[in-house]
Design a binder for this molecule. Structure first.
Ligand SMILES: [Zn+2]
Length: 144
């Protein structure tokens, strides 16, 4: 079996932030600036496959990154979603989040934003936005 694409991003050091059991990477096909994926380190398809402690760390990472996106992009809020058992993510559970003023939950995001979900952005561009987000997070941490 080939390596999970999300685990591969972790191995490639594309992580912008992490805690003990969860981490965040930039989307490889972003619908807009600040589109991130938040996932458990354990490569499992469902929440029920995680321990209670792993779930807590996953929620902590979601909460941390919500604050980061709001601060970096200046939006009132974020959109957070996760397709479970709907055929979109058979391998590795992940939550998607991006900064947004108004919820668009009734629309398919790729369609709405005019993004072709089968096309990935170039590796260099992905690395650039990853490094930019890491630098921003470091800056926020240094404020305290
Ligand atoms: Zn994986």
């Amino acid at each position: 079996m080939s390596e999970c694409v999300l685990c591969k991003e972790h191995r490639r050091n594309r992580v912008v932030h992490e805690n003990k059991y969860a981490y965040t990477i930039m989307s490889i096909n972003p619908v807009k600036a600040g589109h991130i994926l938040i996932l458990p380190k354990k490569c499992v398809p469902n929440l029920e496959d995680l321990t209670d402690e792993e779930k807590l760390y996953l929620i902590d990472e979601i909460e941390f990154m919500r604050k980061i996106l709001k601060k970096k992009y200046g939006t009132r809020g974020v959109t957070l979603f996760c397709g479970m058992e709907n055929g979109t993510q058979p391998q590795h559970l992940h939550f998607q989040m991006y900064p947004e003023e108004i919820a668009m939950t009734h629309m398919v995001m790729g369609e709405y934003y005019g993004v072709d979900a089968t096309k990935h952005i170039p590796q260099e561009e992905l690395q650039r936005i990853t490094d930019e987000m890491k630098t921003f997070i470091d800056g926020v941490r240094n404020e305290k």
